[in-house]
Design a protein around this ligand. Sequence first.
Ligand code: BG6
Ligand code: MG
Length: 217
Amino acid sequence: MAEIKACIFDMDGVLVSTEIYHFKAWQRLTETLGFTIDEKFNENLKGVSRSVCIDLILKHGGLQKTQEEKDALAAQKNKWFLEYVQTEITPKNVYPGVINFLESIRKAGYKTAIGSASKNAPLLVEKLGIQSYFDAIVDGNMITKAKPNPEVFLKGAELIGVKPENCVVFEDAISGVEAAKNGGMYCVGVGSPQTLTKANFCINSFTEMSIDRFSEL
Ligand code: BG6
Ligand code: MG
């Protein structure tokens, strides 16, 4: 195996518990459209851009909308998501073990980056006060191709000057695991191995993670 030199982290659902607020906002939106979505369907929405989510949701509900209508729906969902973020998200929402792991890998000389599909990532990173733990942050405003395309992670690797094969990606989304693998990177799934079947291995929490576990890759 190639030597690991850098860790690239997805944000929503990996560093911070925001996926629940994306889900709640999408549920509210689908209710206004006359149908509902469940957690199983929500797995398809994780990791992908807001506009791709709209397309998946409309297809799921058997609806067709104009681009203008889709933009309005996306804006409404984002308004609700940001309301949740403003009222619910503080530095306490960073998942257990994340800060310790970041500190230990940075001390050991590994580079670190965020690779997120979210256009709200800069706001979240600031709200959580975690900016200083990363050498680079790539967010949804900087990319054009949604996961499972590897663009977001390849850009992260480029910005920190590490080859893809020397990067390990931490991901909670099926599309994100596929993006990492499509980019030629190792992938640690954050969640269930039954869902994240293509990950090299899975963890439930960063409290289980250490540099030693890189040897399992
Ligand atoms: C991803 C989330 O990180 O970002 C998705 O997993 C979300 O649920 C996507 O849809 C886009 O986020 P945003 O904040 O740009 O709407
Ligand atoms: Mg995620």
